[in-house]
Design a protein around this ligand. Structure first.
Ligand code: ZN
Length: 113
């Protein structure tokens, strides 16, 4: 057998060598689904919530794009363009969209961690 990238651990019940994240022990057949922490799954590179927030405040949607949420990024860019187009004489609506996008980007970055 060549070198495997998968991690192994001894089964907590029978000490047989099993794969990390295995749903069931192949030796004693015990259910192991609840044994593994949820974040053990590889979800790609982690995102910096602060950077995501700053990006979305500088330009709404940019933080969402950074988090890989292109659908949300498009929505924020659209909202930003509409707000600026309709209320360009006011500063407040622009700040509202920027703050909203900033908070959302922060939560999105935390979620992708
Ligand atoms: Zn076992």
């Amino acid at each position: 057998m060549s070198e495997e990238r998968l991690e192994t651990v001894p089964c907590p019940y029978c000490r047989g060598i099993i794969l990390v994240g295995a749903k069931r022990c192949k030796y004693c057949q015990v259910d192991l689904a609840g044994l593994w922490p949820q974040e053990s799954a590889d979800r790609g590179p982690t995102k910096n919530p602060l950077l995501a927030t700053i990006l979305s405040i500088v330009f709404p949607g940019l933080g969402q794009y950074y988090c890989g949420r292109r659908d949300k990024a498009t929505m924020f860019v659209f909202a930003f363009v509409v707000f600026v187009g309709l209320f360009y004489w006011l500063t407040f609506p622009w700040l509202l969209v920027a703050a909203w996008a900033g908070v959302d980007a922060f939560q999105e970055a935390r979620r992708t961690r």
